[in-house]
Write a protein that binds this ligand. Structure first.
Ligand code: IPE
Ligand code: MG
Length: 227
């Protein structure tokens, strides 16, 4: 979700107002995914690197996060959405941590869209936390016993399929330490639209672009067509 600051700057508004407008886009995108029957949506809300932003911006982002956890979750629950926060929670205030647990508990039995919020998340952090968790659970095994299949159960989102499509808004063409393990075979879609301008029609464009692609997963085009 990139481009909130630029959206605000273009209108001579403080960056915070871009983030506020960005929350509206989150609601539109979640609604789109619920209506389209998407299994899982992961939003990159706050990276491990975002703490380096000015203190005031970080604190406003934290208030928006807390507010969303307290208010928006009620509507998410009514829409059968399961909320799941991925990332290093220990970086957040106790109040935010408690509200994450509450929101997850409230929605845990829902069967609709899996809505993952990546907060204080980084793809490299994810891989290392998985390795540490594997070692903790297998203290007597040597590192030689560690392979891809052994590590996967410890990675974030391991219970969900790997993402089919990555959408990055705001014109930048990079992954910025998002789900680097999980996106090994993901299709990437980049748009110049700024996150606060994203709506249902922007999402439809991304899905249309995805539908036109041939996913070979390392195989040849001929092999895919005969499957
Ligand atoms: C993304 O928008 C929102 C968060 C990181 C929370 P930015 O704040 O990065 O917006 P730009 O890139 O400055 O326009
Ligand atoms: Mg940015």
């Amino acid at each position: 979700m990139d481009g909130n600051g630029r959206w605000a700057k273009k209108r001579m508004l403080p960056r915070f107002m871009g983030h506020q407008k960005g929350v509206k886009s989150v609601k539109k995108v979640v609604k789109f995914c619920v209506e389209q029957g998407v299994d899982s949506l992961t939003l990159f809300a706050f990276s491990t690197e975002n703490w380096k932003r000015p203190k005031e911006e970080v604190s406003k982002l934290m208030s928006l996060f807390l507010n969303a956890l307290q208010k928006e979750v009620i509507k998410l629950n009514e829409n059968n959405v399961r909320l799941n926060v991925i990332g290093d929670r220990s970086g957040f205030s106790t109040e935010i941590q408690e509200n994450i647990l509450k929101a997850e508990a409230l929605t845990e039995n829902n069967t609709g869209l899996f809505l993952n919020i990546a907060a204080n998340y980084g793809g490299r952090w994810d891989i290392f936390q998985a390795m540490k968790a594997w070692q903790k659970q297998n203290p007597t095994l040597s590192i030689d016993a560690l392979n891809e299949d052994a590590l996967i159960p410890f990675l974030s989102l391991h219970e969900q399929s790997d993402p089919d499509l990555l959408i990055r808004t705001g014109g930048e063409k990079r992954v910025s330490n998002f789900l680097i393990w999980q996106m090994a075979y993901t299709e990437y879609y980049f748009t110049d639209e700024l996150w606060p301008d994203i709506d249902e029609s922007s999402m439809q464009k991304a899905v249309d672009s995805f539908s036109d692609r041939e996913r070979r997963f390392g195989k040849t085009s001929e092999q895919i067509k005969t499957c």
